[in-house]
Design a binder for this molecule. Structure first.
Ligand code: GRF
Length: 199
């Protein structure tokens, strides 16, 4: 792997859901060169409207036989084919395995809708609500193979109101994520640029 300084590291975004975080990243004019999805979802239309290439790496199994490592290899191949330097997960519904964290070590970012290390996992908002916390929030961090761990880059608190539904609370958190994640990605890319991206 050679190290060279190139002006703009290119960003790939992984998404599965409604794509509102992806939309915020695109609106922030970050250098999104590719969107990868694991299923048909609104993120595909959003990327297409913005003129960003989309690759669907379909997840064929949701059962016990799912080969996570092989699936991850396919995602990495697609990212490599598009010369992606930094990966931002934005509500990607498949937990990825070691290959991406080896190939993109320290260069996979994630936003999580809770104040880590509290409420890890896919049900973070419901879990925070069920626990009865009065403050939750979001965390932008460097993703590692251990889910929702890895160095924290930014956090912001969000209040929980007594009559909140999961949907209302999640939307309040996402309104912060849509600002904090792009800001944090931008600062991260600027640091990568200064240091030279490993290729
Ligand atoms: C965000 O809350 C993110 O933290 C979580 O998934 C959500 C994605 O939101 N991992 P959207 O689908 O982009 O609206």
């Amino acid at each position: 792997m050679s190290f060279e300084s190139r002006p703009s590291p290119s960003l790939g975004v992984l998404a599965s859901g409604t794509g509102t975080i992806l939309a915020a990243i695109i609106d922030a004019k970050l250098p999104v060169m590719l969107v990868v999805v694991d299923r048909p979802c609104l993120a595909v239309d959003l990327a297409a409207e913005a003129g960003v290439p989309v690759e669907i790496v379909p997840r064929t199994s949701f059962g016990a036989g799912f080969d996570r490592a092989a699936y991850t290899e396919q995602v990495v191949d697609v990212l490599q084919r598009h010369a992606i330097d930094v990966v931002a997960m934005a509500g990607f519904g498949t937990v990825l395995a070691a290959p991406i964290f080896e190939r993109y070590a320290g260069r996979v970012l994630n936003t999580h809708p809770a104040l880590l290390p509290s409420f890890k996992g896919w049900h973070a908002v419901a879990d925070a609500l069920a626990y009865g916390v009065k403050l939750t929030g979001c965390t932008v961090h460097v993703a590692t193979e251990a889910v929702d761990e890895g160095p924290i880059l930014a956090q912001e608190a969000v209040p929980v109101f007594d009559d909140d539904t999961e949907e209302q609370l999640h939307e309040r958190i996402k309104s912060v994520e849509r600002r904090l994640y792009p800001e944090t990605i931008r600062a991260f890319l600027e640091r990568q640029e200064l240091q030279g991206v490993p290729r």
